[in-house]
Design a protein around this ligand. Structure first.
Ligand code: FAD
Ligand code: MLT
Ligand code: ZN
Length: 450
């Protein structure tokens, strides 16, 4: 029996012919890529694939319309920073990249309509005294379309909520090439079912998101960041996780120094407000109270941009540090917050010395643990010890097996741990309705519904 994570069988799609390439080159001249070096940057086996770089919604519409009529499979790709194998082809799917769809369509004081690389969008907004309601360690590479397609959570969710709330509207090119213009800019609009929610988190399986309207907060006048260390997780939870292990990896692999005393748990807290003096005072008072009540072992505060960035690096670069530690098995678990450390300790005890490192970090305010287990090389025996243990543990405590990264290719067959059969069956019906030929294949839904 194949393992649930093994790639599904190739479905009988057409294969790309020279005539197909000629058609694409006519629509997007110079942007139909078969050059091995460029394809490699998209993490793709170039012998099998072709990369298309549309610039406009019309380009995307023509490409998808053609692929649908020719029964050619497509893999949408943004910045390729996804962590569940969603953004690269499984076999010979055509890669449809949004790399060149980088423009701000419209901006006003309430919302903006964008198709953009995240970083340029962030800079555009900051110049106008606004910020993105979303921030994440992948900000240098990801695209807003990819963020919405994965319903990325990130570092500001606790403050501004999820994209399911801040995205006001979408433009989506459906699998058959029709363009769904759902680019509302209204805060309130209860006319019928909220179709945009179907596409937020659909991971490229229902259509290609070609533009987004998003509600952006004003840039705070004052931003403070505190980096604190705790003796116990319970104490951390009292005031408000992170482990010594990821700090060790940051030191060893990235030469990032711990700015405070070594502690078993760390937390980064960012506050934003409108009065710098007042905000600074409040944060210092909070720190003093936390330290005198002996909850916090040590801490440091930053108000200047460079130090804020340095403190955030200690959190944002854990993913990168892990890549230097060996092969990483990644789990993105949602749990009642008081349980997140217990999963970490239970896993460590369960694995004993079979893993190289067991690392826990995440978004404590969101009850989201990133449980990462490394080994020197890919290790099927270790994997068999982790799974299904981790999923069964999660279900026992009413958690979700994917808090924010989605299911992609890697986790698609585990969906039943977190969703009832009826819910998954309805998802299958929606998929069939929006992509009847299934040209956006293999991801998110389990193999029995592909
Ligand atoms: P890709 O990786 O290119 O694609 C992701 C999925 O979306 C694929 O299934 C793809 O087919 C689909 N897709 C992409 N663009 C479109 C589109 N326009 N229309 C339809 N489907 C599309 N995730 C979090 O949630 N929170 C975090 O804090 C976070 N931090 C990260 C930090 C690092 C260092 C890294 C490497 C990743 C992190 N991620 C995080 C995961 C990842 O960055 C996010 O999922 C991100 O939103 C993906 O965007 P992307 O443009 O790179 O999409
Ligand atoms: C994070 O919070 O840093 C991201 O989700 C990436 C990861 O889990 O490694
Ligand atoms: Zn995360």
């Amino acid at each position: 029996t194949p393992s649930p994570a093994a790639a599904p069988e190739r479905r009988p799609f057409s294969r790309v012919t020279p005539e197909d390439l000629a058609f694409f080159s006519k629509i997007i001249p110079g942007r139909t890529i078969t050059d091995p070096d460029i394809l490699e940057t998209s993490n793709v086996d170039w012998l099998k694939s072709v990369l298309l770089r549309p610039q406009t919604t019309e380009d995307v519409s023509q490409i998808l319309g053609y692929c649908n009529s020719r029964n050619l499979a497509v893999s949408p790709q943004g910045g390729n920073t996804g962590l569940v194998g969603g953004s690269v082809p499984v076999y010979d799917e055509i890669i449809l990249s949004t790399a060149l769809m980088n423009i701000v369509l419209n901006f006003d004081s309430v919302s903006g309509q964008y198709r953009c690389v995240f970083e340029s969008l962030s800079l555009f907004l900051e110049d106008r005294d606004y910020i993105m309601p979303l921030d994440l360690g992948a900000k240098g590479s990801c695209h807003i379309g990819g963020n919405v397609a994965t319903n990325a959570g990130g570092l500001r969710l606790i403050c501004y909520g999820s994209l399911q709330g801040t995205v006001l509207g979408l433009e989506v090119v459906l699998a058959d090439g029709r363009v769904l213009d759902y680019l509302a800019t209204l805060r309130k609009d209860n006319t019928g079912y909220d179709l945009k929610q179907l596409f937020i988190g659909s991971e490229g399986t229902l259509g290609v998101i070609s533009a987004v309207t998003i509600l952006c907060p004003r840039k705070p006048k004052a931003v403070n960041v505190a980096f604190l260390g705790w003796e116990s997780f319970e104490q951390l939870l009292q005031t408000f996780q992170r482990c010594r292990e990821d700090m060790r990896l940051l030191n060893t692999h990235l030469k990032l120094a711990n700015p405070i005393t070594d502690c078993p748990f760390y937390i980064v807290i960012e506050t934003s407000g409108s009065n710098p003096t007042h905000d600074e005072e409040k944060l210092h008072q909070f720190l003093e109270e936390a330290m005198t009540s002996s909850q916090v072992i040590d801490g440091t505060v930053a108000m200047e941009e460079a130090k804020i960035k340095a403190l955030w690096s200690l959190r944002e670069r854990v993913t990168e540090a892990l890549t230097h530690d060996g092969f990483t098995y990644k789990y993105d678990i949602s749990l009642p917050v008081e349980r997140i450390y217990q999963l970490f300790t239970d896993m460590r005890e369960h694995l004993r010395d079979r893993a190289k490192s067991v690392v826990g970090y995440g978004h404590v305010g969101d009850g989201n643990l990133h449980l990462n287990i490394t080994s020197p090389t890919k290790d099927p025996v270790l994997l068999a010890s982790i799974e299904p243990f981790v999923y069964e543990w999660t279900v026992r405590f009413q958690g979700s097996i994917s808090a924010e990264h989605g299911l992609g290719l890697k986790k698609r067959n585990y969906i039943y741990y977190s969703k009832a059969s009826l819910a998954v069956a309805l998802m299958g019906k929606i998929k069939t309705m929006l992509d009847p030929k299934g040209i956006l294949p293999y991801k998110t839904l389990p193999d029995d519904l592909q």
